[in-house]
Design a protein around this ligand. Structure first.
Ligand SMILES: Nc1ncnc2c1ncn2[C@@H]1O[C@H](COP(=O)(O)OP(=O)(O)O)[C@@H](O)[C@H]1O
Ligand SMILES: [Mg+2]
Length: 264
């Protein structure tokens, strides 16, 4: 379990980016949402120790992030950066994914096995010799996920993984997230994509001005007045509520219910 207790983060002694945030994350998919500048990335960077609390504390499976290095914490919590495409530095995909497990001091065989496995998980088999910068946007995002997966962390934090991707790219990230969750990973999904929130997550945490404004079930979340937080409902929920049809997680169950009503 990841436990965040009364976390404050103040940049340069003046910018209060997080103001007393408390939350827990277990083996679940949790969405972290909020307008730009609300503190999502700042919170994410605390979970593997890239940032340390100005006040408050974070425990990841009992490890206090103030007392452990990023290298140690990264074995438990993997953070896939916002815009990871700027972070590749190896000449090919295989070497890029090897970097993390190599640094864990694993044998060459174990490194290779992890790289092959991680590339399979994200559907990038056969890309081993490609230059990371030659990949498409969606492939780069999947490569970034593979780099983190190869460290075998229990928790994954994905910072806006579908921003800038087309429908197909977003769909494949969605599949990967589902599979990772089925395999027992806890996932914090930072996103502006409300369709993704609706389809993938049971629980939503909303940050606003560095404070937690909501933490609860996805259905209750979509009953908030989201415009107050510069967010908007997915089209599916707008249509279903204007037809008086209630709450649906996906188009299929909505259509089922709509057709049943028409045929009554
Ligand atoms: N390195 C930094 N130095 C100073 N202020 C920062 C830094 N990083 C982020 N901030 C500020 O902290 C606030 C939260 O930023 P961030 O966590 O990136 O929000 P989000 O990810 O929700 O868009 C913003 O006002 C941002 O300008
Ligand atoms: Mg951000």
């Amino acid at each position: 379990m990841i436990e965040v207790r009364n976390l404050w983060h103040i940049y340069d002694g003046k910018k209060e980016a997080l103001k007393g945030v408390s939350l827990t994350i277990g083996n679940e998919i949790v969405a972290l949402v909020g307008p730009n500048g609300s503190g999502k990335t700042t919170l994410a960077k605390h979970l593997n120790g890239l940032l340390k609390p100005t006040k408050g504390e974070i425990l990841v499976d009992g490890l206090d992030t103030r007392e452990h290095s990023v290298a140690e914490l990264s074995r438990v919590v993997g953070y896939v950066f916002q815009n990871p495409e700027n972070m590749f530095f190896e000449e090919n995909v295989f070497k890029e994914v090897s970097f993390g497990p190599k640094n864990l001091g694993l044998s060459d065989e174990e490194v290779e096995e992890r790289v092959r496995w991680a590339l399979r998980e994200v559907n990038l088999e056969g890309y081993e010799d490609r230059h990371p910068y030659s990949l498409s946007g969606g492939e780069k995002q999947r490569l970034a996920i593979a780099c983190i997966l190869a460290m075998k962390p229990k928790y994954l934090v994905l910072d806006e993984p579908t921003t800038g991707l087309d429908e197909k790219g977003a769909e494949s990230v969605k599949k990967i997230v589902r599979k990772l969750h089925r395999d027992g990973h806890g996932i914090l999904l930072i996103t502006h994509n409300m369709e993704l929130v609706l389809e993938l997550t049971d629980r939503v945490i909303l940050l606003y001005n560095g404070e937690k404004a909501f933490d609860g079930g996805v259905k209750d979340f979509f009953e908030l007045n989201l415009r107050d937080y510069s967010l908007d409902k997915p089209a599916l929920l707008k249509i279903s509520s204007s037809l008086g049809l209630g709450f649906f997680r996906d188009l299929e169950s909505f259509l089922d219910s709509a057709l049943r009503r028409v045929s009554q």
